[in-house]
Design a protein around this ligand. Structure first.
Ligand code: CU
Length: 437
C-alpha cells in the first residue's frame, strides 16, 4: 500500500501481465486440498529445497513444504505435527496462506488490495543473518518478478526461538518443580508494498499451537497527509500534518487436513451465564454446541469460539482430534460486506483463493469471501479468518514505524491425550485422580 505514483504504475502493468501465470497458480493451488492417499507421507510431498523439518529441543517435530505464490507470497503446505510419544506425524493443514491485506483510508481517497493489486509477493526483500538470528535463509524464486533477470531473493527465514514457560507445576510431595521452557519454530518473510513493509510470520510451538501474524513496519505514506481532525492524527510539529487514518484488514485462509482427511466438521461453542449469583450460590454457566453444517459468515461474541474437528482420527483417549480457532484482538471494519465478519467457513472451491478482488474464477463467480458463503453444505470446509487493525498514526510512528502486529492462533484440542510436553513422571495423570481412567 501507499505506493508512490511511479511504483503504482509499474504494479498496474505487472498485474496486466499475470493472467497466464495466475491460471497456473490456481491449478497448482488446487492440488493440496484434494484428499490424498493416507500412504503419502508428509515428507514426500515436496523436494528437499522446499521442505522444512524442525525437531525442537523439547522433542516436537514440525514438518511442512513451502512454495511461493505470485500473489499470496509464502504458502505453507502439508503441515504435520509430531510431539514426543506420537509414533507418526499428525497431519494438520494441507495449506496455510494469506488471503488479502485490504487497506482503505479513512478520508475515502484510496483503498489498496495489497496482495491482488499491489505486488505484495513481488515486494519480497532479502534478509541477512542479523534478521534471521540462529536460523537459515532460503532462496525464493519470485514469480513475475519486477526485474525478470533477478527473480531470486534470499528472503525466507526459518529459525527457532524460546518463548518462556510452557508450563510450571509444584509437585504435591517434596520440593520438586516441573517446568519446561517452550520452543517455537519461526518462519517468516518481509514483503515491501509501497512505504510499508509487512512481516508475515508463522510460529509453530512445541505444544502444537500455530500462531500466524502480520506485522506492519517501514514508513507511513508521505502521500497520505491530507486528513483533517476526525480522519487523521497530527504527527509533525503543532496542529497540522495529519497522517490519514486507515485500516489494515488482513485475511488468512486455512485448509485443514486433520489426520489426512479434508472432510472435517465445524463446531461453534457459546457459553452463557444461565443463572446469576444469588444468595450464597455462585452463578451457573452453560456451554452450547452448534454444528455448522452449511457455509457461514461468523461473528465473534463474548465466550464464543469455533473448532475444526477431524472425521478421520482420534487421540489415545478416544476423543476426536480438533483444532480450535483462537482469536486475538481485532477491529472489524464495517466498510465492506467482506470485512464485516470475523470468520468464514466455505465449501472448498479451487478458484476461491483471496478474500477480495479474487482473480482466477470463471466470469460471474463472486469476488469476495462473503459471497463465497451461499448456502452450500460443508463437507470440505475452508476457514477464512479476518483480523482488522485500525491504524490511527501517532508521533512514535516516525521513524521507522514500530512493527504493529495483528493475527490469531489455532490451538490443538484433543489432538493428544495429554499435554504433549508431559514429563515421564506425570504420564499417568490423565483424567480424574483415583478413578482409574
Ligand atoms: Cu498503517
Amino acid at each position: 500500500m501507499h505506493p508512490n505514483r511511479i511504483r503504482r504504475a509499474r504494479r498496474t502493468a505487472a498485474v496486466g501481465l499475470s493472467a497466464a501465470a495466475l491460471a497456473a497458480g490456481v491449478t497448482s493451488a488446487a492440488g493440496p486440498a484434494v484428499a490424498q492417499p493416507k500412504a503419502a507421507a508428509a515428507a514426500a510431498d515436496c523436494s528437499a529445497a522446499y521442505r522444512i523439518e524442525q525437531k525442537l529441543s523439547t522433542g516436537t517435530t514440525w514438518r511442512m513444504c513451502w512454495r511461493y505464490d505470485s500473489k499470496a507470497g509464502l504458502v505453507l503446505e502439508h503441515i504435520s505435527y509430531q510431539p514426543k510419544g506420537e509414533p507418526a506425524p499428525i497431519k494438520v493443514l494441507s495449506s496455510a496462506r494469506l488471503a488479502q491485506i485490504d487497506v482503505p483510508y479513512d478520508d475515502g481517497s484510496v483503498e489498496y488490495d495489497d496482495l491482488t493489486g499491489f505486488g505484495f509477493a513481488q515486494g519480497l526483500v532479502p534478509l541477512d543473518s542479523a534478521e534471521c538470528p540462529g536460523g537459515t535463509i532460503k532462496t525464493v524464486k519470485v514469480p513475475e518478478a519486477w526485474d525478470p533477470a533477478h527473480p531470486n531473493v534470499n528472503g525466507l527465514c526459518t529459525t527457532t526461538r524460546s518463548r518462556g514457560h510452557a508450563y510450571r507445576m509444584q509437585a504435591d510431595t517434596g520440593n520438586r518443580v516441573y517446568q519446561q521452557q517452550g520452543k517455537d519454530l519461526l518462519i517468516y518473510t518481509v514483503n515491501k508494498v509501497g512505504w510499508y513493509e509487512y512481516m508475515t510470520e508463522w510460529r509453530f510451538q512445541d505444544d502444537g499451537t500455530i500462531n500466524m501474524n502480520v506485522g506492519a513496519t517501514g514508513s507511513l505514506s508521505p502521500g497520505d497527509y491530507d486528513a483533517g481532525d476526525g480522519r487523521g492524527w497530527p504527527i509533525g510539529k503543532g496542529a497540522h500534518a495529519y497522517a490519514t487514518s486507515h485500516a489494515h484488514n488482513v485475511f488468512w485462509k486455512l485448509d485443514f487436513d486433520l489426520d489426512g482427511s479434508s472432510k472435517s466438521r465445524i463446531e461453534q461453542y457459546d457459553s452463557k451465564v444461565s443463572a446469576p449469583a444469588h444468595g450464597q450460590e455462585a452463578p451457573t454457566n452453560k456451554t452450547t454446541r452448534t454444528n455448522v453444517t452449511k457455509e457461514l459468515a461468523g461473528d465473534a461474541e463474548n465466550m464464543r469460539w469455533w473448532r475444526v474437528v477431524s472425521t478421520a482420527g482420534k487421540n489415545k483417549d478416544g476423543h476426536a482430534r480438533s483444532y480450535e480457532i483462537v482469536r486475538g484482538a481485532s477491529s472489524k471494519y464495517p466498510g465492506h460486506a467482506f470485512t464485516s465478519h470475523d470468520v468464514y467457513f466455505t465449501q472448498y472451491d479451487k478458484c476461491e483463493l483471496f478474500a477480495s478482488n479474487n482473480p482466477g474464477c470463471a466470469s460471474g463467480h463472486p469476488k469476495t469471501v462473503d459471497k463465497f458463503v451461499n448456502g452450500q453444505t460443508l463437507t470440505n470446509p475452508v476457514v477464512w479468518v479476518n483480523v482488522g487493525f485500525h491504524h490511527i498514526a501517532r508521533d512514535e510512528d516516525q521513524q521507522p514505524m514500530p512493527v504493529h502486529w495483528q493475527g490469531f492462533s489455532i490451538a490443538p484440542r484433543d489432538v493428544t491425550a495429554m499435554n504433549p510436553l508431559t514429563p515421564a513422571a506425570l504420564a499417568d495423570q490423565n483424567g480424574q485422580p483415583g478413578n482409574g481412567s
